[in-house]
Design a protein around this ligand. Structure first.
Ligand code: AKG
Length: 233
């Protein structure tokens, strides 16, 4: 799919929802666009990186804050996707102003969490590099039987297979009612809990997919913005 701004866009609601309020678009970008996004991430200045124990991330557009985000202009290589998704009406008529980039080496992931009230309740993620499995959990979901760990492993209600170059959008209930996370594993097994399997490359149940390094581009709209830091005092 080309990102030429003169293209006529499909609006998000034209896609099949799997389950309700989650949309998956295979090959949303092509291999050149994927390479270009990854090259831009890797050539960003070193201070752009925040290094966490289980992944690295870059924050673009400003730091979301309860009193308002001091807005920073998105670079052109990210803004074109923020505009494209906004024109698809992903953010209820608003224009996305924030992009979080996560880099996961094989074996890295993110704990089940919710994205919270600082963002408009839609998250649109462009996936590059490697596949991963995004797991969705109800907020009081069961844990694995006999798990005595203080951070017990929850059982996902369903998962979405995120192929490289795909787009996934979660909105409204899917954003607000579930926790989402990525397990810290080096490979994923194909199961019938993967809700979008029929939209992906063909796989058989039981097949194991090895992960490599993945970069996710999580595009959101932060409604509360302020002009400068004085307002944050
Ligand atoms: O990398 C992803 O696809 C998920 C990222 C995420 O959940 C987050 O940054 O809050």
């Amino acid at each position: 799919m080309s990102l030429d701004m003169n293209d006529s866009f499909k609006v998000v609601s034209d896609y099949i929802s799997i389950p309700e309020n989650i949309y998956y678009v295979k090959n949303f970008i092509d291999a050149n666009e994927e390479r270009c996004l990854i090259d831009n991430v890797l050539s960003s200045p070193k201070p752009k990186w925040t290094v966490l124990s289980n992944r690295r991330l870059q924050n673009w557009g400003g730091l979301p804050h309860p009193k308002g985000m001091v807005r920073q202009q998105l670079p052109q290589w990210l803004e074109k996707y923020a505009l494209k998704l906004s024109q698809m009406n992903a953010f209820g008529g608003n224009t996305a102003n924030h992009v979080l980039i996560n880099e996961y080496a094989s074996g890295q992931g993110i704990m089940p969490h919710e994205d919270g009230p600082l963002f408009y309740p839609t998250v649109a993620t462009i996936n590059t590099g490697s596949h991963t499995l995004l797991d969705f959990y109800t907020k009081n979901s069961q844990t694995v039987e006999g798990d005595a760990d203080p951070n017990p492993q929850r059982i996902p209600v369903f998962s979405i297979l995120l192929e490289p170059r795909s787009l996934v959008i979660s909105q409204r209930d899917a954003y607000e009612s579930y926790l989402h996370g990525i397990r810290e594993v080096k490979s994923d097994v194909i199961t019938d809990r993967i809700a979008n399997l029929y939209l992906c490359d063909s796989h058989v149940i039981g097949e194991e997919l090895e992960r490599s390094t993945r970069f996710s581009f999580t595009i959101r709209f932060v409604p509360k913005v302020v002009k400068n830091l004085l307002f944050l005092k």
